[in-house]
Design a protein around this ligand. Structure first.
Ligand SMILES: *Cc1c(COP(=O)(O)O)cnc(C)c1O
Length: 228
């Protein structure tokens, strides 16, 4: 378990190095530890170092771990997987963040299921960048109408954009791809000042994501090692 603590310490110093190298403000990049297919004990080990943000892709797996970890204070759970409409109730009840909103119907259902006793659900819209083969995510031209809808739903809070670009081997093409999202984010921010989150970059490309302006990087294997 010490290796998780060591990985996190190394990653935090690397992130601070990259912030300096790419002229990003200090502490402007937040690490989301992606704990899908990792044990509750591994999450506990990460939490012991001060890690509070955890990302999960599957509702059932996540709620089982949440039950095992009910005693931990201040955990923030982020749903980062694809959202099926029959899962919106569970997601809206068990998470503080949802990163993969890609259609109005899902936004509306999450809003309907988010209880009044809870703070508004933090939302990122998933964008499908050019050349991406995956079918999830809205095209860059269709982001604004979805922003418009989410800001009208009072149980949701629009926080930003998220993308999962196709894997690219070299740094320059990774950064160019992330820049496309960063530009879109910059334009939207002037219209929606509450937006403060650009969720992009994973274990294999987070340096390029930080160079392009990521404010939240989603790291799984770099934190926990191979998935179970
Ligand atoms: C699994 C996953 C990650 C983490 O991937 P790693 O390569 O292990 O860092 C990040 N984002 C999403 C949406 C994921 O599904």
């Amino acid at each position: 378990m010490t290796s998780i603590a060591e990985n996190l310490a190394d990653l935090h110093s690397l992130i601070r190095d990259f912030e300096r190298r790419y002229k990003r403000p200090e502490n402007s990049v937040r690490l989301l530890a992606v704990s899908k297919r990792q044990s509750a004990e591994s999450i506990r080990a990460a939490h012991a170092t001060g890690q509070v943000d955890f990302g999960e892709n599957y509702l059932q797996e996540a709620t089982e771990k949440q039950q095992q970890l009910f005693d931990l204070p201040n955990l923030a759970w982020h749903f980062i997987g694809p959202i099926q409409s029959n899962k919106t109730r569970g997601i809206a009840t068990s998470f503080q963040w949802v990163h993969g909103i890609d259609r109005g119907k899902i936004a509306q259902r999450l809003n309907d299921h988010r209880g009044n006793e809870l703070p508004p659900l933090n939302c990122c819209i998933q964008v499908n960048l050019s050349g991406e083969e995956s079918k999830s995510g809205v095209g860059i031209r269709d982001v604004t109408p979805l922003c418009e809808l989410i800001t009208k739903l009072d149980r949701l809070k629009l926080r930003g954009l998220m993308a999962i670009p196709a894997p690219l081997a070299d740094f320059d093409s990774q950064r160019d791809c992330f820049r496309e999202l960063a530009e879109c984010y910059g334009q939207l921010q002037s219209k929606y000042p509450g937006m403060d989150t650009l969720s992009m970059g994973m274990s294999d490309d987070f340096e390029a994501a930080i160079a392009a302006g990521a404010t939240m990087i989603r790291l799984g294997t770099a934190v926990f090692g191979p998935r179970l």
